[in-house]
Design a protein around this ligand. Sequence first.
Ligand code: GDP
Length: 437
Amino acid sequence: METIYSLVTKPINQNVAIIRISGPDAFTIIKDIVPSFEPKQNSVVFKELFFGDEFIDQALLLSFKAPNSFTGEDIIEIQSHGNMYVVQKILEKLNTYNIRQSEPGEFMKQAFMNGKIDLSQSEAINTLILSENKSLTEKAISNLSGVQAKVIKKAIKDLSVIMAHIQISIDYPENQDTQKYSLTGIKGELEKYSKEIEEVISNSKLLIKIDKGIKIALIGRPNAGKSSLLNAILDEERAIVSDVQGTTRDVVESSILLNDVKVTLQDTAGLRTTDDSVEQQGIKKTLETLETADIIIAVEEPSEKLNYSDLEKFDSKIIKVMNKKDLVDLDNDEYITTSALNKDINELIIKISDYIKNNLKNINFKNAILITSNQVNNFEKILSHIKKAISMLKDNFSIDVVALEIETIIKELGAILGIVVDQDYTSNLFASFCLGK
Ligand code: GDP
């Protein structure tokens, strides 16, 4: 394995910067730089860094000996003050040795290659670093501890048992005594898996969608109070992303946290018909925004109604808001009423919170074990193979053809964890069976 190094904290001035060196040369190099330092398993020492006569910084030096480290290699971590000038000096010094800067994710790759983590755990770490959402973060933590891997390994084992029994039925056709693994039995098992995997996929999709954030588009005639409403919501709730300001005809986005869920609000340009080509582009953009939105807040004011005929196809996701309730006495079941001017938006916030709560309520968290779109895609592929095997069984395909399909499923399950499930795996299992039992 090559020795690699990198700044692992952000490249900005901050309290502390961490530079990691991982690989067989890590200890030799740090001893060359700091001769008084003796790297040991799991140790931390405080040192003054000198490059020649030049004093660079005071730093903590952490050492971890292979294989008992995150990457499974010898690791040195230099924790210096987080000044980018200091950091640059250290990186330049490391660059004089015959080692290279790591690629993105390469420490994790070393950890995987050395069998310290499986692929499911590496995705868990990545999600843990990036997620802004409580539920997905919790999932990432549980996958890091191996929950997802356990479910997948069990599926591999169960399917391998089926495979072994198929093998028995091919080799010893007279031994068809276990009902469970008759052709109907195999079909039943696969149908059970198909249902379980469908649930894993749909629940995981909901969880991932919630993590990406709920999208809310605001639409209404000019002067209905869309911008005022958006600002009132941002003032009241925790805003987490600064405005992306475009021209007045672009979609303006801002995000808040509501019930620990990211909610992105998008102010749109409106839908009125026009010959102006720039405005037409704005309308096209508005339509795209409405298509992808989870909720559309249609804002009206008492003196000017909104024409809903343009919005018909989005009917199911529209919340009708009558703004400027401070001007007239409004009592109408059809509308949520607000006064953006007086920051009287409580009714609307409750409505949006309810939507989030309902979405979260619909997730069966136990089944939502997939935390990235990549994992969902892999599972969808596996599901399609399972369905194919089921329909083959229904169509009375010969059992060895079905067996090939099941073997593909096992291999793809293994690929999710980064393990190769080869024939030996099933052969070993097969070897553990007593014939005819
Ligand atoms: P937009 O064109 O839909 O974004 O509307 P604006 O937010 O720019 O608001 C248009 C005008 O209506 C401004 O003068 C606002 O101060 C006013 N306005 C917005 N909300 C309210 C409200 O709840 N009550 C009253 N009285 N005026 C409001």
